[in-house]
Design a protein around this ligand. Sequence first.
Ligand code: FNR
Length: 185
Amino acid sequence: RKPDIAVFVGSLSARSINQRLSLALQAAGDDLFTFTPVAIDALPLYNRDLDGDLPSTVVELKRKVLAADGLLFVSPEYNRSIPSALKNALDWGSRPYGASAWQGKAAAVAGGSSGALGTAIGQSHLRMILTHLDVLTLPQPELYVKVTDELITEWGEVLSEDFEKLLCRFMERFARLVQARVRTY
Ligand code: FNR
């Protein structure tokens, strides 16, 4: 069986360039993994009053995370951090106290933006949060992508050979991390 990866896209936009990047990464990792997209748009805002009786959307999120062998986060940067929708999902998955779904997972982090400097600070914030949640993140290669129609089509088709190679290398390294994490942790 191929390891299964739960995929989180930090943008809720139907025209998301991060969704494009996520499709391109899933295509690049097709031989190595199966993928389970996890929707975060139907989650209520986190409220600890609901910790004892989690909403069904949260139960489903936690079930998918617990079943996954690894996690892939593809997210935009919003105002030099991660989008609130993604933080909300991370907060829900970490509760109730002592029953976090994230613990012990391996994750890869990538991000696409419209500008050249995009997502470096957002990804750094995300790595910090994941470390706190006891998730080991793939250190290299880093993937800060300025997404244009010439690089990735809206269907996630990659138009550059060099970029395609980078995506494949990223997924191969991630596969090694997922394997190592499963064996040793
Ligand atoms: C942005 N954008 C942005 N880009 C960036 O590189 N650094 C940033 O801090 C921000 N901040 C930011 C805040 C908010 C509220 C929005 C809506 C956008 C631009 C962002 O990269 C661009 O809109 C991407 O297209 C968003 O990704 P999706 O939604 O297309 O996946």
